[in-house]
Design a protein around this ligand. Structure first.
Ligand code: TXA
Ligand code: MG
Length: 359
């Protein structure tokens, strides 16, 4: 195992099964004592505390500088453990769990009393998910408690997809980080709420709206777009976290949206304008647009036809912008279908301005 310490935060990178067991026992011990451990999931790294220990959960809010009204997702090892935490579970929620757990889907349901108020920021509902990364499941099992875990970044920063990203934000402030390599999905889980009927999409993520609707065989109420709820009567509260600006690199990000290939012209005009002002411009483009313009920094996010590729790279590229100290970022918008919906949701939140390409 690679054991290292960054300002007192243990970095645990297990290289074989014995190592892994030692790392898990070490991390679980920290959690049982009310400490914090960052761990890999298939979406992004999470910052875990024992979900049933209010003092431990309070530490998450402190260390992340998270607004106190933004509830946490509770990570469990399987449906049986979820059932201990929430009530009034409709058959549709079980159907989703069966189809998408373990995986990037978070389900909001009325909470049982044993879940402390601080974990759900005072809400009477709790958000639950079973992550897919083997280290995540093993950590929950070894600690033998449900784990409250937001993304392991400082509030407002892009979510971490490597252990190094976690250390950039939190070294010295948490007990340990379990290093399980790069996260495969790259954006956070989809959040669906069963406080309404039909259920409502609160955050687009690793499981697409299309996937949810095809399993449920009904239209999900989409609260992630403006006016999404207007034809329905009983609308659940939106995910409190979605109202905050998020994921923003230090340099302003200009997001160009509109039809492709028309938006290429707008991208070039904008980039050239900034370049003429002598600014250090970063271009974030699709593979298809790669050659349209020269710039001091150019990053290809992935093919327009493969939004999952774009999702996987997005947060690490946004973090890289800070390390490169660029002055301004010009980013290409993607189609909001499938995984493109989650990609565009994150890009919109990261953007200082959104420029629409007119026909
Ligand atoms: O993929 C993920 O979901 C990652 C990994 C670590 O599992 N976690 C994550 O957590 O993204 P966080 O805290 O960054 O985002 C949680 C989102 C927030 O938008 C929050 O408002 C919402 O879930 N949420 C949590 N509990 C809720 C509840 N009871 N009702 C509505 N929204 C809730
Ligand atoms: Mg987050």
């Amino acid at each position: 195992m690679i054991w290292a310490s960054f300002n007192g935060t243990a970095v645990l990178k297990p290289l074989n099964p014995e190592d892994e067991e030692r790392a898990l026992l070490f991390a679980a011990e920290i959690l049982k004592k009310g400490g914090l451990v960052a761990f890999p999931t298939e979406t992004v790294y999470g910052l875990a505390a024992d979900a049933l220990n209010p003092a431990a959960v309070e530490n998450i809010y402190k260390v992340k500088r998270r607004p106190p009204d933004n509830p946490l997702i509770i990570h469990v090892a399987g449906v049986e453990q979820a059932v201990g935490l929430v009530k009034d579970i409709p058959p549709e929620a079980f159907l989703l769990a069966e189809n998408f757990w373990p995986g990037p889907l978070t389900i909001v349901l009325p909470k049982k009393k044993l879940v402390p108020d601080i974990t759900t920021a005072g809400l009477s509902s709790a958000a639950i998910r079973v992550p897919k990364h083997p280290l995540a499941i093993k950590l929950i099992r070894t600690a033998d408690v449900p784990l409250a875990a937001p993304s392991a970044n400082l509030s407002g920063r892009p979510s971490p997809t490597t252990a190094e990203h976690v250390l950039e934000d939190l070294a010295g402030q948490i007990g340990a980080v379990l290093d399980g390599g790069r996260c495969s999905v790259g954006v956070e889980s989809t959040v669906i709420s069963f406080l309404s009927s039909p259920p409502a999409l609160l955050r687009p993520g690793g499981v697409t709206l299309e996937m949810l609707e095809s399993v449920l065989k009904l239209k999900v109420l989409d609260l992630t777009v403006e006016g999404g709820g207007k034809t329905y009567k009983r609308i659940p509260p939106p995910a409190p976290g979605m109202k905050y600006r998020h994921y923003a690199p230090r340099a302003p990000l200009y997001l160009v949206v509109g039809d492709y290939p028309l938006l290429k012209k707008q991208l070039v005009a904008l980039a050239e304008g900034f370049l003429m002002q002598g600014r250090k411009v970063a271009l974030l483009l699709s593979r298809e647009s790669e050659g349209i313009c020269q710039a001091p920094v150019l990053r290809v996010l992935g093919s327009r036809k493969k939004p999952r590729q774009v999702a996987e790279r997005l947060f690490s590229v946004l973090r890289e912008m800070d390390l490169l100290e660029v002055d301004v970022i010009v980013a290409e918008g993607f189609d909001e279908k499938g995984m493109g919906k989650a990609v565009m949701n994150r890009l919109r939140k990261a953007a200082a301005a959104i420029i629409k390409t007119e026909k």
